[in-house]
Design a binder for this molecule. Structure first.
Ligand code: VGL
Ligand code: ZN
Length: 212
């Protein structure tokens, strides 16, 4: 990211799910979720390559507790692809809840990856959906652009950011998570687990004031 404008810019900033749905007042609010916006705005100008993700569910999505009579948010159910946490309704396609925060200054972003749009399958990861097989195409897109190093930020640290970071490592990218440009859901110890899993996978944990 120190060679913006040069031929060989092999870094990209991946902004995960910086949507109203994960911010105060949203369908699945993350504490201080909106605090990431100014931090992202400070770092984004340093990246020539920026990719955004957008959680993008149909109203009848399998991950919504409301679509499972008798079930409540934050319970888990068994689905054909494995265990699924049931969430409050969030980020329904075309709603304001699904919109990217209007305060984000990332007009130079090159790609928006939508995920979780299949009724019967969730996708925390920006790379591989919950069946761990179906790809979003993002790894191939980055590879075709010569990008080898990813800097992640966004919501939520312990779900979509962590799953994306782990899949990015599995796909062979160098990965750093900008901790202060993320906020977590922290469900039953999920945040500590996510950091441990990311550390074990070789994901670096960095601060926005010290990006290298
Ligand atoms: C997310 C739960 C459900 C996230 C998305 O962006 O971390 N978490 N859908
Ligand atoms: Zn979701």
């Amino acid at each position: 990211m120190h060679n913006r404008g040069m031929e060989q810019d092999t870094s990209a900033l991946l902004v995960v799910d910086a949507q109203y749905g994960f911010m105060p007042g949203g369908g699945l609010p993350v504490a201080e979720g909106d605090a990431i916006v100014p931090v992202i705005n400070r770092v984004a100008p340093r990246f020539a390559n920026v990719v955004l993700t957008q959680d993008w569910h149909p109203a009848d999505h399998v991950s919504f507790a409301a679509n499972h009579p008798g079930r409540a948010p934050f319970e888990t159910i068994a689905l054909p692809y494995g265990e699924q946490v049931l969430w409050p309704v969030h980020c329904v396609q075309g709603t304001r809840d699904a919109a990217l925060h209007e305060g984000l200054r990332v007009d130079h972003a090159q790609l928006i990856v939508r995920k979780g749009f299949r009724q019967g399958m969730d996708s925390y990861s920006a790379f591989v959906e919950a069946d761990r097989r179906t790809t979003t195409g993002l790894a191939a897109w980055l590879g075709a652009r010569g990008i080898t190093r990813l800097w992640l930020c966004g919501l939520a640290t312990d779900y979509c950011v962590a799953w994306s970071a782990l899949d990015a490592r599995a796909a062979g990218f160098e990965v750093a998570v900008i901790e202060d440009a993320c906020r977590a859901i922290d469900l039953d110890g999920s945040l500590a687990r996510a950091w441990a899993d990311m550390a074990a996978a070789g994901v670096r944990r960095v601060h926005s004031g010290n990006l290298h």
